[in-house]
Design a protein around this ligand. Structure first.
Ligand code: BGC
Ligand code: BGC
Length: 814
C-alpha cells in the first residue's frame, strides 16, 4: 500500500502569473455558456489520424495530439504546408459552433522533445542527457525558443516537454530524456527550457505568437522506478519523491509552466493517474498549480477498474484532460454519463474545463486565429533555419564529454590522413536516437534529414578544407595507412520501454565494435572513439582499445559540431575546447546498475561532473574487462535463426503432449503426422517448415516458462511481426494465438491472409498487439507470444518472430 501523502511537507508555492480578474471573468463567462456535452468534449484529447474535423465539431473536442511518428494523414513525408492544412481543419472545426455556443479554439499538442522531431527537415538538438552535460541554461533557453518557432511554423500550440525526470537507474529506456541524475541540474535546465518554450513570465513575448505551451512531465517519480522499468513502480520515501523527483517541478512551475503530464508510473504500487493526493493535494493545492494536468497515452486505462474508454477514477483524481488516442468516443460517452449520474461531480468537471480555458486564454489561442495565418506560418524557411542549426551545433559542441585523451592525441591536426569508421559515422538516424521522425527513431535514412550533417560530413569538411585526406569506411578498411582513425559507434535508437535494458554492459551480445577498435589499434593506428549513447554504459574493453574516448550522447542533426571540437586549426590552435561534464555517473563494473552521485560507497569509473579539457592531461590506465555473465532473456525477439532464450519451440496436438522442436525433424505420432523441420532461408537452418496434413488439428508455438508483460507494448502501434512463406494454402481455418496463464489464449483469424499469400515468396506479416488485447488476452502475462494452428491442410515456412513498431498505423486486426 502506498504511504500517506503529507502535502504540508512540500513547498508552498503560488503561480508566478498573478491572477488576472479580467481573464478569469472571461473564463467564467464561457463556462457558463457551455453545454454539458461541450464541457466533456474539452477534456478529451484524441489522436490526429483517429478523429476527423467533422467529429471535432460534433463532439466539441478540446484537444488533439500526434504521438511519436504521428504525421498528418499518416504521411511521413508531410511538409509544413500539410501540417498547417491539418491544423487549419481542426481549428476551423472547433470554431464552427452552433449559434449561441462559445467557440473554443482547439489545442494541438506534440512531443517536440529535441526540436520539432516529427517533421522532416526540422532542426534536431541533442537529447536532454547531452544538454545536461552542457549544463548551460542560456543555451537551453535558445534551444527552447528555436523549437517553439519551428513548431509554431507548422501550426501547433503545445509541446509535451520538458521531461524533468531525474533518472536514477540507467537501465531505464528514457534515461536520455533526463538532464541528470542530479536534481540541481534538472532544476536549472527544466526552468530554462520552460522559459525558452513559453517565454519568460512577465515579458512581452510570454506565450506570444512565437512561443508554445510547455509541459513538465511525468508527474511524479518516473525516473525512480524499480530496476529502471519504464512505467514501473517508484518506491521511495515521500521526502525523496519531493527532493529528488519533485525538484524539476518546483522550478518549472516557478517559470510558469502551464501544463503537467501525469506519469504512467506508480508510487508504492499505486498508479499516478489515480493518485488524487499527489495530483490534487500536492500539485494543484500545495504547489499552487493553476494550469491543467494532462494524462499520458491511455495511462488512465491502467488505473484499477478502468479501461481506455472508461475511467472516472482518473478524472476524479485530478486528471483534467484525458490523452485517449483512439478510444476517445467511448471515453467521451462514459464520462458524459458519469457526470450525469454524479459519479463525476459537476464541480470537478467545471474545475477541469476552467483550467483548460485559462491556459488556452493565457496562450492567446482565442486571438491567434487560423494556424496558417499566424505570423510564423507565413514566413518560409523557419523549419531547419540556419540560425536554429547554429544553436544546435553549439549545443553539440558543448555536450561532448572527453573521458580519455592519452598522450594528448586530441585535438587532431586537420591536415592529416584520417580514417572514419564505425556504423555511426555517417548515420544521422543513429546519432539522433529515439523520438526522431518515427517514435522509436528507427527506419529513417540520411536522405530523410535534408539540411543535416552526419559526424562524417563534419569531419570530411574540416579535413578537406585543411588539405588533409579523410576517408569513410564503416568497417575500417583502408588502402593507405591513416594517421588516425575516428570510430563512431554506440547504441541504436529506441524510445520508452523499448529501450529498457537488463544490463549496463554496452554490448553483451556482440563484439563487433570492439573487434574493429582492436583491429585498428593492432595495426598501430591511434584510435579516437566517439560513443553515441543515451546513457552511461560499461565500456571498459572499448576504453582500453581507444587512445581517446569522447561521449557524444545523441547529438541530433548537426553532426558537424563533433568535428568542431575534435580538430584544431591548421596552426594547431584549439578551435573549441571540451565543455561537457558528466551529469550522470559512469560505471566501473557491470554490476553498478544503480550508480549515483551521493551514493554510499560511491565508486564510479568517472564521477559525476567528470570531463577533460585540452588544458588537462590525465592518462587513463587499463581497466578491468572482467564481467560476470548476465542472463539475457529476450522480451521482444522470439525466433531468430532459432528460438531465442528463454523461448522454446513446440509442436502440439490435442491428444499428445507437446514435443519440443529442435533443429531436426519432429513429427507428431500417427500415420499422417504434422511435421516440422529446420530449413535454410538466409543461413543454415534459420527457418522452420511446418506441414499440416489436414488429418489432425495441431499447432506450432513458442513458449517460455516465465511470462512477459506486454501490456505496455499493446498500448501503441506495436505489432507481432514474423516472416512467412506459404507453400500450400490453407484448406481449413488458421489461427494465430497469444497465450497466457499456461492454458488460456486469444486468437486472430489468419485464414484469408494466408490464402492470399500463396505465391511462394517470403512476406512479413504484422499483427497489432492490440488485436489480442481486444480479443481479451491478458497482455500482462504472455507465455506464448506465437502459436499457429489449423485443423486443415497447410504448409508454411516461418522465421524472425519478434515484436516491432510500425511507423504507419492502420494495419487492422485480420
Ligand atoms: C509518453 C509521453 C508522450 C506521449 C505522447 C507517451 O507514451 O510517455 O512522454 O508525451 O506518449 O506521445
Ligand atoms: C505513439 C507514442 C506513444 C506510444 C505509447 C506510440 O504508438 O506513437 O507517441 O508514446 O505509442 O505506447
Amino acid at each position: 500500500m502506498a504511504p500517506t501523502v503529507h502535502p504540508e511537507i512540500w513547498p508552498r508555492l503560488t503561480s508566478p502569473i498573478a491572477s488576472d480578474p479580467e481573464l478569469e471573468r472571461r473564463v467564467e463567462e464561457i463556462l457558463a455558456a457551455m453545454s454539458l456535452e461541450a464541457k466533456v468534449g474539452q477534456v478529451i484529447q484524441a489522436e490526429i489520424n483517429s478523429i476527423t474535423p467533422k467529429e471535432i465539431r460534433r463532439y466539441r473536442i478540446g484537444s488533439v495530439l500526434n504521438g511519436g511518428g504521428g504525421w498528418p494523414w499518416e504521411q511521413k513525408g508531410s511538409t509544413p504546408e500539410d501540417w498547417l492544412r491539418m491544423a487549419d481543419g481542426f481549428w476551423g472545426a472547433s470554431m464552427d459552433v452552433p449559434q449561441g455556443e462559445p467557440a473554443i479554439p482547439i489545442l494541438w499538442g506534440l512531443d517536440a522533445v529535441h526540436g520539432h522531431n516529427n517533421v522532416i527537415g526540422a532542426t534536431l538538438f541533442p537529447h536532454n542527457i547531452g544538454l545536461g552535460a552542457a549544463n548551460n541554461p542560456d543555451l537551453i533557453r535558445d534551444i527552447g525558443r528555436a523549437t517553439a518557432r519551428e513548431v509554431a511554423a507548422t501550426g501547433q500550440d503545445w509541446d509535451f516537454g520538458p521531461t524533468v525526470a531525474v533518472a536514477l537507474d540507467d537501465r531505464w529506456g528514457r534515461t536520455y530524456e533526463s538532464y541528470s541524475e542530479d536534481p540541481e541540474i534538472v532544476k536549472a535546465n527544466a526552468a530554462a527550457m520552460v522559459e525558452g518554450l513559453q517565454g519568460v513570465v512577465g515579458s512581452e513575448d510570454f506565450l506570444g505568437d512565437e512561443q508554445l505551451i510547455a509541459t513538465a512531465k511525468h508527474f511524479i517519480g518516473d525516473g525512480g522506478t524499480d530496476r529502471g522499468v519504464d512505467q514501473g513502480d517508484t518506491r521511495t520515501t515521500e521526502e525523496d519523491l519531493r527532493d529528488i523527483h519533485g525538484a524539476g517541478y518546483v522550478t518549472a512551475l516557478d517559470a510558469g509552466v502551464q501544463t503537467v503530464m501525469a506519469s504512467f508510473s506508480s508510487w508504492h504500487g499505486r498508479r499516478m493517474h489515480g493518485f488524487s493526493e499527489l495530483l490534487i493535494g500536492v500539485l494543484k493545492q500545495q504547489l499552487g498549480f493553476d494550469g491543467f494536468v494532462v494524462g499520458d497515452w491511455n495511462a488512465h486505462g491502467q488505473v484499477p477498474g478502468c479501461s481506455n474508454g472508461n475511467c472516472p477514477a482518473a478524472f476524479n483524481a485530478g486528471i483534467d484532460m484525458f490523452m485517449v488516442p483512439r478510444d476517445w468516443k467511448a471515453l467521451y460517452k462514459n464520462t458524459l454519463s458519469q457526470v450525469e449520474s454524479g459519479e463525476i461531480s459537476q464541480e470537478r468537471l467545471d474545475d477541469a474545463v476552467r483550467r483548460i480555458l485559462r491556459v488556452k486564454m493565457r496562450a492567446g489561442l482565442f486571438e491567434r486565429g487560423k494556424p496558417s495565418r499566424r505570423p510564423l506560418a507565413r514566413q518560409p524557411g523557419i523549419i531547419g533555419s540556419a540560425a536554429h542549426r547554429e544553436v544546435a551545433r553549439r549545443a553539440v559542441r558543448e555536450s561532448l564529454v572527453l573521458l580519455k585523451n592519452n598522450g594528448g592525441i586530441l585535438p587532431l591536426a586537420p591536415g592529416s590522413h584520417v580514417l572514419v569508421a564505425g556504423d555511426g559515422a555517417d548515420n544521422i538516424t543513429k546519432q539522433s536516437g529515439g523520438w526522431t521522425i518515427t517514435w522509436q527513431g528507427t527506419g529513417n535514412s540520411n536522405e530523410e534529414f535534408p539540411g543535416a550533417t552526419s559526424i562524417w560530413d563534419g569531419i570530411r569538411k574540416v579535413v578537406d578544407t585543411a588539405g588533409g585526406t579523410a576517408s569513410l569506411s564503416p568497417k575500417g578498411r583502408f588502402k593507405e595507412k591513416p594517421d588516425v582513425a575516428i570510430v563512431v559507434f554506440g547504441e541504436d535508437p529506441y524510445a520508452e520501454f523499448q529501450g529498457d535494458r537488463d544490463t549496463i554492459d554496452y554490448s553483451p551480445r556482440s563484439d563487433r565494435d570492439l573487434d574493429l577498435l582492436r583491429k585498428l589499434q593492432g595495426e598501430g593506428i591511434p584510435v579516437v572513439s566517439v560513443f553515441i549513447t543515451g546513457r552511461p554504459l560499461w565500456v571498459n574493453p572499448e576504453l582500453n582499445a581507444s587512445d581517446a574516448f569522447v561521449v557524444a550522447w545523441l547529438p541530433g542533426t548537426e553532426g558537424v559540431g563533433v568535428a568542431d571540437v575534435l580538430f584544431a586549426n591548421g596552426d594547431g590552435a584549439i578551435r573549441h575546447d571540451f565543455k561537457g561534464r558528466l551529469s550522470f555517473s559512469w560505471p566501473k563494473s557491470v554490476d553498478q546498475v544503480v550508480l549515483n552521485w551521493g551514493d554510499e560507497d560511491y565508486d564510479p569509473l568517472f564521477a559525476f561532473g567528470y570531463g577533460l579539457t585540452y588544458a588537462e592531461t590525465a592518462e587513463l590506465g587499463s581497466q578491468s574487462e572482467e564481467k560476470a555473465a548476465v542472463e539475457l532473456a529476450s522480451r521482444t525477439i522470439y525466433f531468430e535463426g532459432g528460438p531465442v532464450a528463454p523461448w522454446e519451440l513446440y509442436l502440439g496436438v490435442a491428444e499428445d503432449p507437446a514435443v519440443e522442436a529442435g533443429t531436426g525433424r519432429v513429427a507428431t505420432s500417427g500415420p499422417n503426422p504434422i511435421v516440422i523441420r529446420a530449413v535454410d532461408r538466409r543461413r543454415q537452418e534459420d527457418a522452420r517448415a511446418v506441414e499440416w496434413p489436414g488429418e489432425v488439428a495441431g499447432r506450432v508455438y513458442l513458449k517460455a516458462e516465465n511470462p512477459v508483460d506486454l501490456s505496455r507494448e499493446s498500448n501503441g502501434g506495436m505489432v507481432l511481426a514474423f516472416d512467412i512463406l506459404v507453400e500450400k494454402p490453407p484448406s481449413g481455418q488458421v489461427e494465430l494465438a497469444m497465450g497466457w496463464g499456461g492454458e488460456r489464449s486469444a486468437e486472430v483469424d489468419l485464414t484469408a491472409t494466408l490464402a492470399g499469400l500463396a505465391d511462394g515468396d517470403w512476406q512479413t506479416l504484422l499483427v497489432p498487439l492490440r488485436c489480442y488485447a481486444d480479443a481479451g488476452a491478458d497482455m500482462s502475462q504472455i507465455d506464448t507470444p506465437f502459436s499457429l494452428s489449423t485443423d486443415g491442410e497447410l504448409a508454411i515456412r516461418f522465421s524472425d518472430v519478434r515484436l516491432a513498431t510500425v511507423a504507419e498505423e492502420g494495419i487492422l486486426c485480420p
